[in-house]
Design a protein around this ligand. Sequence first.
Ligand SMILES: *[C@@H]1O[C@H](CO)[C@@H](O)[C@H](O)[C@H]1NC(C)=O
Ligand SMILES: *[C@@H]1O[C@H](CO)[C@@H](O)[C@H](O)[C@H]1NC(C)=O
Ligand SMILES: *[C@@H]1O[C@H](CO)[C@@H](O)[C@H](O)[C@H]1NC(C)=O
Ligand SMILES: *[C@@H]1O[C@H](CO)[C@@H](O)[C@H](O)[C@H]1NC(C)=O
Ligand SMILES: *[C@@H]1O[C@H](CO)[C@@H](O)[C@H](O)[C@H]1NC(C)=O
Ligand SMILES: *[C@@H]1O[C@H](CO)[C@@H](O)[C@H](O)[C@H]1NC(C)=O
Ligand SMILES: *[C@@H]1O[C@H](CO)[C@@H](O)[C@H](O)[C@H]1NC(C)=O
Ligand SMILES: *[C@@H]1O[C@H](CO)[C@@H](O)[C@H](O)[C@H]1NC(C)=O
Length: 642
Amino acid sequence: MRAILSFLLFPIFVVHASVTIYTQVTFAPGAPSTSSAPLVTQAAHYDLAFAQPPAPPATTGIPPFVVQLQSAPLPGLSKQHTGCHMGFSIELSVADQVVGKNGIHLDALVLKKKESRSAINPQFLNLMQNIKARAGEVKVRVGGNTQEKAVFFPEGLPGGLTITKQQTGAGGLTDTPTINVGIDLIYALANVSALTNTYYFLGLPFNDTSNPRLEIGEACDSILGDHLLGLQLGNEPDLYALHGLRPSDYNVSNYISDIQIMLNAVNGDSKMSNKTNMMGPSVCCLWTSQQASGQIFTIDEAFDQYVGHQTVTDAVSGYISDVQLAEQNGKPYVMLETNTASCAGFWGTSDAFIAALWGLDYDLNMASINASAAMFHLGGQSALYNPFTPPPGAAAKKGYQWTIGPMYYAALIVAEAFGSSSTAQVADLFINNNNTNMAGYVIYQNGKLATVVLINYATDPTGASDFTAQLAIDGSGLNLPNASPPNIFVRRLTTPGNSTADHVPFYYANQTFGPPLTSNGILQGDQVTETISCDATTNLCPVTVKAPSAALVFLNPQAEADSINTADTTPFPTTVTTLSFKNTATINPAVLATSNGYGGLNNQIGSTSFGSSGAVDLRGSLSGVLTVICLLAGASAVLRML
Ligand SMILES: *[C@@H]1O[C@H](CO)[C@@H](O)[C@H](O)[C@H]1NC(C)=O
Ligand SMILES: *[C@@H]1O[C@H](CO)[C@@H](O)[C@H](O)[C@H]1NC(C)=O
Ligand SMILES: *[C@@H]1O[C@H](CO)[C@@H](O)[C@H](O)[C@H]1NC(C)=O
Ligand SMILES: *[C@@H]1O[C@H](CO)[C@@H](O)[C@H](O)[C@H]1NC(C)=O
Ligand SMILES: *[C@@H]1O[C@H](CO)[C@@H](O)[C@H](O)[C@H]1NC(C)=O
Ligand SMILES: *[C@@H]1O[C@H](CO)[C@@H](O)[C@H](O)[C@H]1NC(C)=O
Ligand SMILES: *[C@@H]1O[C@H](CO)[C@@H](O)[C@H](O)[C@H]1NC(C)=O
Ligand SMILES: *[C@@H]1O[C@H](CO)[C@@H](O)[C@H](O)[C@H]1NC(C)=O
């Protein structure tokens, strides 16, 4: 209890999403991608495996069912959320590859050809702008395990670089490279923010509280200003002992002492004007009731963990009491680093269509229980779950573009569903009598019905598992006058192969970011919004949702019109994109294994075409059965245990 009270000193609550520990999934390689050039085939990200989705739930068709909506806000509706509930978490070690090599936007560099190779990545700007155009804002977290030993360079790194890495110790797999953070990283973030209204979470280095290093916080405070949402104190401290960052008996009391020391340092630091945006605790898994279960999954078993609404509600229900505890103390609860799984994700799952459906459902569910935001993590080339991935350095030089993954499509839909009014309230509708093969959510904006999200989890080419939700607003079901509108408007998330095991390209509203290594961050194709007529007599608006797909329904023309701000749709130029990433440092697989940032550093080694032998070692340790611990998102959080 004492521990909980100490934590409540913090204005912001954070937890790590991944809790239940499973041992490494056995990897059954599927058809390898033939579309990408040989130079990128080493990267797990482009090495596609296909799971076999579970058998279709229905064989004789699903009768249409009514989804009763009411104009007045439902009891139990969530608190109000901002538009960007589904944000992005960028592993610090790859922030330069994702954001850009320095803080200068391309426009400023057009005349300086030599430097133009190191501008902010326009693809990243486009991806942020897509979210801003829908949600009015973006939330990004930059951090992860690599933040703890980071060294800040307030005068900048040579050449204005945002990040460099230095090998400390003898090199090899047991040493973690130290991340040097130049002030230009913070400038880069500020430039991105100025262009796309992005808000940030960062972290203070926490490896040595007896010598607090607050410079990153000071720079964020002065450069990011009110676009700094919070500074994390300690990333996954429950794993410090395992990673050799603290003595083997490091415990919760020690962590709280460390935090108190850091808070005292912050309070005494005149260069930090905002002393109330410190965040914690942010734990992984060992300080919770969930311990290693030692389960082994095959690729299909891993896949099955994500099929169905109940997988989401089971995962999210473990957080409810913690979110409520945070709320009772007036503090927002943020999932700072989450995704389908840690350990770079599951082959055939984290990079498949199922991940888009699951991510959409998971984020909406987190919103429905009042978690303020969930940040979906991205690492480097070898992370399968990345919402978006820049090309490996050598591929970039040859003109390859970015890969936009399933989670980014989900984030677009959440952004449209919530809109930019910062008043989105969500409820899980448990549609069709709480049928786990489907999910449905209603979203109110400004206290008024705005949107509905429908998800069909089935893979079934026969059509028998397609469903038709009959949306009804008020009407006889509630003893109220009919209130369904004449028309509703629908945008759909689909995959051309109609299987949850499909890989990108996916389509949202008939637009796509294309196959791997082809996107400049701009949606391609003509946007299609279907108009569906409602029956004034029966008060029903039928929305058919094919298996598998998701549908975003706008319940009135205003919600549809407000869903995208066309003023924010001018793309950033993508004429200069190539960055060269060379690094020889390797990293301790134990650190990576439990980190969602796994691929982040692996990217430095194994995923470019530099041919480092570290790649082989790491891939070997990953694909070997039982050698690596994976984390499956879900289950309970930290506070109960303290
Ligand atoms: C963009 O970055 C440059 C330094 O690279 C900095 O001088 C400038 O103030 C930044 N702009 C904004 C809006 O933060
Ligand atoms: C903490 O990290 C800094 C920067 O990498 C390093 O100089 C220092 O030795 C580390 N301290 C401990 C106790 O690990
Ligand atoms: C500190 O930052 C938080 C998060 O951005 C903000 O809500 C709060 O108003 C800030 N406080 C001050 C004194 O600026
Ligand atoms: C935590 O470890 C310290 C030693 O570093 C010990 O004194 C303390 O009793 C431990 N606390 C708990 C709750 O185990
Ligand atoms: C979420 O917050 C709303 C508004 O404060 C409250 O009515 C609702 O009960 C909360 N939901 C949960 C699951 O605690
Ligand atoms: C939905 O079904 C699951 C599984 O039977 C059950 O645990 C849960 O309580 C149900 N939820 C609602 C709201 O009916
Ligand atoms: C997927 O479904 C769509 C829409 O029903 C259909 O046009 C398309 O042919 C299907 N694709 C495959 C591969 O069966
Ligand atoms: C979808 O977009 C493509 C362009 O990519 C366009 O040719 C097609 O007509 C669009 N579909 C519809 C139904 O408008």
